[in-house]
Design a protein around this ligand. Structure first.
Ligand code: ATP
Length: 264
């Protein structure tokens, strides 16, 4: 095992039953293997329907794999106690609003973590920890904690979720299209925040359909096509010398900002 290697997928497959009576099947993820080390961002790139979110859900144990194994530091994730698992690994998703219960104010997110994971921590110390985690994601406790989700922006809600993950002192973040609902400047802020966290040793599985984002943030890139990995390697290599025709097609479809559109 590589030093610091943390998340490892080995020939993981997911087959869904489809059709009116579940008589047909479709393979959404087909024998996928890759790894994410500590302090590393790995992007999982592919067009809609390529199986990216299904992989994220299996890693987060929201769905089981039919075949293959997923291990964290060598342990099969399905054998780990759930609470201990979620101390290490958390997910943040595309639509931050869906992760919140609209009837609770934002501070509820943090009080729930305290109840479940840190029941003995004195309130004063806990408050300081929350304030410091919020500071890390560039939010101010006084401005966000007493608000309902609808009173906060998408970017603020995403940051709150990242702060929550920080409080748990996780090792790996599964970020599924987390910037797609954000405007351009907030998006760069959230990306830079991830880069910050990475430098502190957090591993990130960065799921995106946006090649440019993947290129910006990740050390290694996995390109998925119809549930299969078609390219996997250092991001630079994947972008500069793609081996597979599908990757070349994806790259060619990215608008070239330095060129003007010349029409057809
Ligand atoms: N619960 C399910 N039952 C049946 N089929 C499913 C289910 N979840 C996903 N699929 C199918 O599996 C394939 C992969 O879906 P997945 O959501 O992983 O793709 P994706 O790459 O994340 O796409 P997107 O970028 O649009 O979110 C798709 O064809 C999808 O229709």
């Amino acid at each position: 095992m590589l030093e610091g290697m943390m998340l490892k997928l080995q020939e993981v497959s997911k087959v869904f039953r489809v059709g009116a009576f579940g008589g047909k099947t479709m393979t959404a993820v087909d024998e996928v293997s890759f790894e994410v080390a500590r302090g590393e961002v790995v992007s999982l790139i592919g067009e809609s329907g390529s199986g990216k979110s299904t992989i994220g859900k299996m890693v987060l144990r929201l769905m089981s794999a039919q075949k293959g194994t997923i291990t964290v530091d060598g342990d099969d994730i399905t054998k780990l106690e759930k609470r201990a698992y979620y101390r290490k690994i958390q997910g943040v998703f595309q639509d931050p609003f869906s992760s919140y219960n609209p009837i609770f104010k934002a501070d509820r997110v943090f009080s729930m973590i305290k109840e479940v994971y840190f029941p003995k921590e004195p309130d004063r110390i806990w408050r300081d920890k929350v304030a410091s985690a919020l500071n890390d994601v560039r939010l101010e406790a006084g401005q966000v904690l007493n608000k309902f989700p609808h009173q906060l922006s998408g970017g603020q809600l995403q940051r709150l979720l990242i702060a929550r993950a920080l409080l748990l002192d996780i090792d790996l973040l599964v970020a599924d299209e987390i910037t797609s609902m954000l405007d351009a400047s907030t998006r760069i802020d959230v990306l830079n925040l991830l880069a910050d966290l990475k430098s502190r040793g957090l591993g990130v599985l960065f799921i995106t359909h946006d090649l440019a984002l993947g290129n910006y943030i990740s050390e290694r890139t996995v390109v998925l096509h119809q549930g299969r990995i078609v390219e996997y390697g250092p991001t630079e290599k994947v972008f500069e010398t793609p081996e597979h025709a599908y990757t070349r097609k994806l790259l060619a479809s990215v608008p070239q900002l330095h060129r003007k559109w010349e029409g057809v």
